[in-house]
Design a protein around this ligand. Structure first.
Ligand code: SFD
Ligand code: AMP
Length: 624
């Protein structure tokens, strides 16, 4: 392996980091405003835009569509829904801002060629109140095409893994990363940067090990880069304790939304009881949030988990019963019945073939026909994701017209670091944006970033000595491997280094056992968290010894460094919040109850790039 790596410098005005839903939204919006002001916009993605990020395989529904003006829903109702779902902890201003713009984004998707299901009256077919059905296997390709057309391929850098932010005092000045295919180190110099590198998967031990390693609900290639980037820039982070645990079809992680909402299926325990009915009284303990409809996602999880804890698992999604019920009205007309059954069967398979193909394969491999047999479902492992039903991410400014003064510092979606913006999974306390809301939020952030550039139109300084230092740090795992690999017969095991996979296993095990993963039944307490911090300190020390045999493994090393920082900010925040607010996501066994008086607030955390110290503190929740 030649150890000479060319340094490539790219100077731009606005740098979009990531190529997912938020970034593609940012690209189209930024291109429009940049043209007016003669500015350059550059996008960099660790993968290939067409299939990168969470929507890589496609999706079968758009989960956020308000339908403003159609007489059914209002933006205010959406804000209410999100606030209740997060047990009171949400930024109304951010949710409102996304919700009032999201329909426009969905209409753009349709214009760009995304097939959205229509009923006989030409109206979108709803899955649930806020969700609409799509034929979404090419969703990301369609959204990426618009971004490519807007920016031009000359301004898009693919397969570059961004490792660190660059700072000029208290202002962002760019980012550095390496090509995962060529011996090239990239330095992007920019006046404003959007961090939109998705969520974090693989921080906790997944249920799937060995035989299915790498399988997860959220993409295994979302590895905490957003959190790492914003934390390391010194940005204030919020809701780092709010991890998301989705209930999914067991072992292949097929989503449940279509089954619960479109097919109106029930879930029962293996013993036969319907936990959502039988355990209803438990919801009183989590009032007022437990008493609203829909019941918050974490509480839905919690009721099922109670059955599993009592040994009544596995839980079963009654797909057969649901399909039979939907077809029942045609039972007197054999031809119509047959047609309906065929339609339901293909909708059932398409739901997974559109977005979680492994689930369809697992059905086929285990002889499951959903109209004949129910399927197991289970609470998955924890994920960090600001766009679905979790809330972790950077603390960003609200919009000027509606945010209270405490939540507004000049530019919508700007973090507390000047010129650094965040959207999608990267921004916190504005859950339930999903694919469409992330795209809309990317557009909001990009428009504000261009305004920031116009009003602060100087190129911040980039310290090239610092860049050289980062370059050496970036490639260190390759050098460590080369220097030591021949001392053992098996290069995977070596006292002088640790390979990224082993490193990841160590991180996942400590998070799983001490911070409330699957093995710990999602429970933790102060002594366990202290132990996790101790083990994390050792892991951090050993991260200096990560080793990589090639560029691909080098990316794996950096992915795990990013995960490790997401882990640390999580542990510190869970420790700080002395209550249990989201049973079903995690339990503080030493503080098993919700404490509205003391903890109905945000918990924010900040790492100081100068001192290396962490600070954890409360921030008030201000309603619109
Ligand atoms: O059924 C670096 N999501 C769903 N949204 C919906 O609207 N409907 C659904 O049906 C949804 N469901 C669902 C969903 C996701 C998944 C995986 C499944 C099912 C199986 C959620 C949305 O997909 C999600 O909310 C958005 O995609 C979030 O957008 P964004 O932009 O925040 O993240 P991204 O799209 O994953 O993109 C991240 C990008 O960053 C890149 N990247 N680039 C450079 N350097 C680094 N170090 C980087 N690290 C990451 C990535 O390559 C990518 O381009 S359902 O379950 O509810
Ligand atoms: P999921 O497939 O679980 O990601 O869910 C897709 C969408 O449906 C999200 O908006 C969820 O919040 C919502 N959802 C899923 N299950 C339910 C349920 N049982 N009740 C209400 N909403 C649900």
């Amino acid at each position: 392996m030649p150890m000479n790596f060319e340094t490539v410098e790219v100077t731009t005005d606005f740098l979009i980091v990531g190529g997912g839903m938020a970034s593609c939204g940012a690209a189209v919006e930024a291109a429009y405003w940049a043209k007016k002001h003669g500015l350059k916009v550059t996008l960099v993605d660790k993968a290939s835009l067409d299939r990168s990020g969470a929507v890589a395989m496609g999706l079968s529904a758009i989960n956020q569509y308000i339908g403003v003006g159609k007489g059914k829903n209002t933006v205010e109702q959406y804000v209410e829904y999100v606030r209740q779902d997060l047990m009171g902890v949400a930024r109304d201003d951010l949710v409102y801002n996304i919700a009032r713009h999201v329909d426009g984004t969905v209409h753009l998707f349709e214009k760009w060629g995304l097939p959205i299901w229509k009923d006989d009256n030409g109206e979108y077919v709803n899955e649930g109140r806020w969700q609409i059905m799509i034929n979404g296997e090419s969703y990301k390709v369609i959204v990426a095409e618009a971004a490519k057309n807007a920016l031009g391929m000359d301004n898009i850098y693919e397969r570059i893994f961004i490792i660190e932010p660059l700072l000029d005092g208290d202002r962002i000045s760019g980012a550095v990363g390496f090509s995962v295919r060529e011996n090239k180190f990239y330095v992007f110099k920019a006046k404003a940067v959007l961090a939109a590198m998705g969520g974090a998967v693989g921080v906790f031990k997944p249920r799937s090990t060995g035989e299915g390693l790498g399988r997860s609900w959220y993409p295994p290639f979302s590895t905490g880069s957003s959190a790492y980037f914003t934390i390391r820039a010194g940005a204030e982070m919020t809701c780092q304790e709010v991890r998301f645990i989705p209930v999914r079809f067991k072992d292949a992680y097929g989503p449940v939304g279509a089954w619960f909402l479109l097919f109106k299926s029930r879930a029962i325990s293996a013993i036969g009881g319907e936990y959502m009915v039988e355990r209803k009284d438990e919801l009183q303990n989590w009032a007022p949030y437990g008493l609203v409809k829909p019941i918050p996602a974490n509480l839905r999880n919690y009721l099922g988990m109670l059955d599993c804890s009592e040994g009544k698992g596995p839980l079963m999604m009654m797909t057969n019963e649901a399909i039979a019920k939907l077809a029942d009205q045609y039972k007197d007309d054999p031809k119509a019945f047959k047609k309906k059954m065929k339609e339901l069967e293909s909708e059932a398979w398409e739901d997974f073939l559109d977005m979680t193909i492994a689930q369809a394969l697992l059905w086929a491999a285990t002889n499951i026909q959903p109209e004949e047999k129910p399927s197991e479902i289970a609470a998955a492992e924890p994920y960090f994701i600001g766009s679905h039903s979790g809330a972790s991410g950077a603390w960003v400014s609200g919009p000027e017209d509606i945010a209270p003064p405490e939540y507004f510092w000049g530019y919508a979606n700007m973090t507390t670091v000047k010129g650094l913006f965040a959207a999608g999974d990267a921004s916190g306390a504005s859950s339930h944006k999903f694919s469409s809301g992330s795209h809309a939020e990317g557009r909001i952030a990009a428009k504000a970033a261009i305004k920031f550039i116009v009003e602060n139109n100087t190129q911040p300084a980039v310290d090239m000595a610092k860049v050289e230092e980062l370059k050496a740090k970036a490639y260190a795992p390759l050098e460590i491997y080369e220097a030591n690999k021949d001392f053992t017969t098996d290069p995977e095991v070596n006292p002088a280094y640790i390979k990224p996979k082993m490193f990841m296993f160590r991180l996942q095990k400590m998070m799983d056992e001490y911070v409330g993963g699957v093995t710990a039944n999602f429970s933790t307490n102060k002594p366990s968290l202290d132990r996790a911090m101790e083990l994390l300190t050792f892991l951090k020390e050993d991260s200096e010894k990560l080793a990589a045999k090639d560029l691909h493994e080098l990316m794996r090393c950096w992915e795990n460094i990013h995960r490790m920082w997401q882990a640390e900010s999580h542990v510190r925040t869970v420790m700080f919040r002395e209550e249990t607010r989201w049973p079903g996501y995690y339990f503080r066994a030493d503080f098993p109850k919700m404490d509205e008086q003391n903890w109905l607030s945000f918990v924010n955390i900040k790492w100081d790039p100068n001192s290396g110290e962490w600070d954890v503190f409360k921030k008030p929740i201000i309603r619109l």
